[in-house]
Design a protein around this ligand. Sequence first.
Ligand SMILES: Cc1ncc(COP(=O)(O)O)c(C=O)c1O
Length: 392
Amino acid sequence: MNKDIMTKAVRLGEYSPKSISTPKTVPIYMSSSYAFETVDDLEDVYSGKEEGYVYSRVGNPGQDTLKAVMAGIEDGEDVEVYSSGMAAIAMSIMANVSAGDHIVASNVLYGGSYSLLKEELKRFDVEVSFIDIENDDIAASIKDNTKILYMETISNPLMEVVDIREICNMCHEKGVKVIIDNTFATPSICQPLKHGADIVVYSATKYLCGHSDVMAGIVIGDKETVAKIRYTGSLLGPTMSPFDSWVLTRSLRTLDLRVKKHSENALELAKYFENHEKVEKVYYPGLESSKYHELSKELFNTDHFGGMLSVDLVGGEQAVCDIIEHLESIKFVPSLAGVATSVSFPVRTSHRALTDEELKESNISKGLLRISTGLENISDIIGEFDRALAKL
Ligand SMILES: Cc1ncc(COP(=O)(O)O)c(C=O)c1O
């Protein structure tokens, strides 16, 4: 070995420490690429004869650990992970459509998904029909060239729940794949694959990560479907970093515990809002008064209904602006699902791209406050809303 400092600095250091013991947690493999002894070894990995990693855009040990945990808790055949929820959604859609195809989508969706479907796909000559998935005749909106139906299990921001079993059956009869964004529900509450969905997508930035510190996306489906999405993703390139896959794996260990507590708090908060004179309407499927309550109980695999709820304030848009200022420690955050309770203002954040007409069609009012219920003591959460509402 050359004694030059530079040469030693870049070449020394063993990949694998010699040790009879193994690390208790999976290490972070912060390596963009992998080295091979021979060209034949590389060929064997490419051909699938040997297991191994080549380049982190197409695979990394940390991602594989995360995929194994996620496949288990979702009960899905195969999983792919991405650098954001939008990447997971875009890859799932783009892998399944070509120019000239048609998509049917719910008109109540996360605003980014809505804009992707409405604006971006148009540039690639993919037509999208937005429908009221609860009341419209879905079958009538499906055409010969329809390839995908896209919806959310619990819709953002109105917490609507529709019968995904019926929708999936009908779509499958017509050869249409169903992609369901299960971000608000998480696998702790609902597993859409069991109800017939072909692809489940997540903004893992939200509950799956749960601590407001990582951007991530996940796709789950059968082997063939995920292989197709994986190929598209490997070329478009929204890879999840080794560090983020490590953090996300760690977060999944406590997902179920967190979601239960988020849900218990959300139910108590929803009941409190239901009886408040300054609240016009509460959107939460866990309330017995919700029109989605009975169906949710059938579709959900627990008696929990998630941590997200929305309310229409009596004072409309101005009341939302005011309550955001009156809240003491509950922050106004254009995201959700962290450990601390936060609020959002859909028409100014996630759904700001929708026109007044589109908001009306989607029944999203300007006085809608969306609440992501955290893990705090519930009396502290209610106390803070109580003081803020009293000032309106
Ligand atoms: C339901 C839902 N799906 C997808 C997304 C997009 O995910 P990301 O922000 O991780 O790209 C969001 C973001 O808020 C969301 O709320």
